[in-house]
Design a binder for this molecule. Sequence first.
Ligand code: PBG
Length: 331
Amino acid sequence: MTSGHFPIIRMRRNRYDAWTRRLVAENRLSVDDLIWPVFIIEGSNIVTEVGAMPGVYRVTLDRLAAHVAPVVALGVPAIALFPATPSELKDAEGTESGNPQNLICRATRLLKQEFPHVGLVGDVALDPYTDHGHDGVIRGDYVANDETLSVLTRQSVNQADAGIDIIAPSDMMDGRVAAIRGALDAAGHSHVRIRSYAAKYASAFYGPFREAVGSGSALKGDKKTYQMDPANSDEAMREVALDLAEGADMVMVKPGMPYLDIVRRVHERFGVPTFAYQVSGEYAMIMAAGRNGWLDQERAMMESLLAFKRAGAAGVLTYFAPAAAKILRGS
Ligand code: PBG
């Protein structure tokens, strides 16, 4: 640490001009830090915008390759797939999640063929598949932990069989990482990674996402018996420690911006690849303010993404991935 006082010390010297600022910059965002969440729907020749997420689309599989090609060309390393399941395929047990012909599996096979070098992330949780909108199965009026695990393991193996590279359990059931790791290994998928949503909070910021995948209107009640209380931070450390002990290769904090303190603590304490999910509501806020002329959308976007790096994130899941990658590539 330097010591000294003004006027010998002038902090502004290192901010004097652009090249100095570039030289002393401590953190930098790169295209390699971005994971792009993509919404897929059944049908043909449909590209529809998500209501509260201007610039974010739900696309049918025949349009998927064209939709992602420009983003792949910019070098975004990985895509996270989020299916909207038609309501007639939903049931109380989330059965469709284990169907090898379900939407995410077909999308995975298609993308692996078109873009073999792009990482594919599969969200694992039952909410896109249950008619009650919860991430697990319900026994009595409780989202049952242990009964849900067997459905999640089937879902995980099903996705891995289709070619998913990273299984991302977002369900917050206890013991799911160990169960999924065991099932993947038994099925010959020892190389498939697990990036757990280790600290996932019961958040209002998921609203636009639930509209996009059609789980919001179905949802009865809330998710507070399994997703974390926004009041808690020490609890997140326990969640991360458990997921790592159970075999998680990477961990995630979600939402992102309101939880940067958690990202920082996880990164410092565990020193493992820590990701943040800049969720749908965070995207919606920046876009809405930008569209109203209340702030500079592009600058707010880049600043928010850099903030994740500063907090210690290895990377960010963000709906801004295409726009940010364009800027980072200078195109
Ligand atoms: C599913 C899931 C959710 C999100 C990602 N996976 C919603 C939820 O838990 O209700 C939210 C992502 C976003 O808001 O962008 N379990």
